[in-house]
Design a protein around this ligand. Structure first.
Ligand code: PMP
Length: 434
């Protein structure tokens, strides 16, 4: 008989019944039972601060009280739950609010497609539409990009491990260097432009270029606003569809609702998912410039494109964006986070950490292999949930719910600092004993 550790919930059921593909339950080896705001609790009653926020799906926190009330009320009244893409009152309300609160004040005009509930669903629809629009097949993606696990999305994803899972060649995609990838001296837009303009480059004129303004999974690499503007210009010049994948950086993660607002660009297509549903409920959008909306009715169908429970919470979550208060709040907390992270890297220079990111998407990239993983593992043992990012898991990533209060943020950062302090002192002891 397996002897259980009475202080730690057993993962026996998961280890025996669930596929080997499971991942996050390996990084955070406990059984969670309850969640509220920026906190989670496990079956042993241990409390955790959540600096992971469902990989960006919980920007408004766990079980947000206001969203929950709306959801409970809707269910209580037998509101429609599933409706394919039929017209429902819940969807109508969401569409109107999204137009009024998000698009109109930003001077944006997009048709709204419901592509199926995941980020990858949105990316696939964007790639398909760009190919249909241009009659071209190649799509340019970037080094260290992440766009999802379906074949089209994988074809424009950089990570070798994830790509090799496809089991088939990933065609019709070309990878180009992201901003900063080739060092400070090479502007990678110049490099790309040469490839696109030169008929001897071997790279066909692409249907689309798909880009993340900050690469969340790829190591919190931030594209400069000027780089994004030049990318947009390049796309306009060659009539290439510009797709911004805002699945992780959208819905306020970087401060503004869309991550590209600060750069002033207007993408042709925008992919949104994760926090658009507001409550962690599955939902995604593909935003399309109206003149590019050449879909035939039903040409890109799917059963789960009408998650009305998500429409209810998504509509309510948009109220956070009715004025500039939320952006100001995220920016202030982001500044505080940035100051503290810089303080930590300065206090422990032997860890060779470098602060990256913007808003409430920041992290520390470590030069020492395995260190970010060690930091996250130790953080978990002290009641803080955070994940690594980057191809070699070299970045310890901090992305709390945007609604976290300053005290919660400080408390989580205190734990992180304690971890760095301990690791630095162990590293010092190790070096001294050599
Ligand atoms: N695009 C980006 C930028 C992402 O970060 C992710 C998920 N991490 C996806 C697409 C894929 O989203 P999903 O896992 O919902 O398919």
């Amino acid at each position: 008989m397996k002897v259980m550790n009475p202080g730690k919930p057993s993962l026996h059921v998961f280890e025996t019944l669930e596929s080997e593909v499971r991942s996050y339950c390996r990084s955070f080896p406990t059984v969670f039972t309850k969640a509220k705001g920026y906190k989670l609790w496990d079956a042993a009653g241990a409390e955790y601060i959540d600096f992971f926020a469902g990989a960006g799906a919980l920007n408004y926190g766990h079980n947000n009280t206001v969203l929950k009330q709306k959801l409970l009320q809707y269910i209580q009244n037998d509101g429609v739950t599933h409706s394919l893409d039929m017209a429902t009152e819940a969807k109508e309300q969401f569409l109107e609010l999204f137009h009024q609160v998000i698009l109109k004040p930003r001077g944006l005009s997009y048709k709204i497609q419901f592509p199926g509930p995941t980020g990858a669903n949105s990316v696939e629809s964007a790639l398909k539409l760009a190919r249909k629009l241009t009659g071209r097949s190649t799509v340019i993606g970037f080094t260290n990009a992440f766009h999802g696990m379906t074949l089209g999305a994988l074809s424009v994803t950089g990570n070798k491990f994830k790509r090799s899972g496809a089991g088939v060649p990933l065609h019709h995609a070309v990878s180009m260097p992201y901003d900063g990838y080739m060092g400070d001296d090479i502007h990678t837009i110049d490099y790309m432009e040469n490839y696109i303009q030169d008929s001897g480059s071997g790279v066909a004129l692409p249907a689309a270029i798909i880009v993340e303004t900050i690469q969340g999974e790829g190591g919190i690499n931030v594209a400069r606003a000027e780089w994004l503007r030049r990318l947009e210009k390049l796309c306009r010049k060659h009539e290439i569809v510009l797709i911004v994948d805002d699945v992780q950086m959208g819905c306020g993660r970087t401060g503004t609702f869309f991550s590209f607002e600060a750069s002033g660009i207007t993408p042709d297509i925008v992919c949104l998912s994760k926090s658009i549903g507001g409550y962690g409920l599955p939902m995604a959008l593909t935003l399309i410039r109206p003149e590019l909306d050449i879909w035939e009715p039903g040409e890109h169908n799917g059963t789960f494109r009408g998650n009305n429970l998500a429409f209810i919470t998504a509509a309510e979550a948009l109220r956070y964006w009715e004025n500039n208060e939320f952006t100001k709040e995220i920016t202030d907390k982001g500044d505080m986070l940035n100051r503290r992270l810089h303080g930590m890297t300065a206090s422990y220079p032997q860890l060779k950490g470098q602060v990256r990111g913007r808003g409430l998407m920041q992290g520390i990239a470590f030069d020492i292999g395995g260190l970010a993983e060690q930091v996250c593992e130790r953080a978990f043992s002290k009641g803080l949930i955070m994940e690594t990012s980057g191809t070699d898991s070299e970045v310890a990533k901090i992305m709390p719910p945007l609604t976290i209060d300053r005290a919660g943020l400080q408390k989580g950062l205190d734990i992180l600092e304690q971890c760095l302090k301990e690791i630095a002192s162990e590293l010092g002891a190790g070096l001294n004993s050599r």
